[in-house]
Design a protein around this ligand. Structure first.
Ligand code: ZN
Length: 90
């Protein structure tokens, strides 16, 4: 049985300029036995939205970099540990 859950985000004002945001992209997300319709709201000012998009992308990129750095540091620690064991054994 398909039932659609319509998720409309609250009409938040733009975080940058404070204008009421308008409906932008709409997409469906499949769940186990249903699907969810997401509606992303965007700033009516295209230039402003571009800046907001860029800021969001930067934030996501920074987060990903942080996660990657953490994983790299963990690998480096493990490698250093393994190397010291090899040195001790050899
Ligand atoms: Zn705006």
């Amino acid at each position: 049985m398909d039932s659609a859950i319509l998720l409309i985000l609250m009409n938040n004002p733009c975080i940058r300029c404070g204008k009421p945001r308008i409906d932008g992209k709409t997409w469906k997300e499949k769940t186990a036995n249903s699907f969810i319709i997401h509606t992303q709201t965007i700033c009516p000012d295209k230039e402003c939205q571009k800046i907001v998009d860029k800021a969001t992308a930067d934030r996501i990129a920074k987060n990903e970099l942080m996660v990657k750095n953490k994983a790299d540091a963990k690998l480096a620690r493990e490698k250093a540990l393994a190397d010291s064991k090899i040195a001790a054994a050899g």
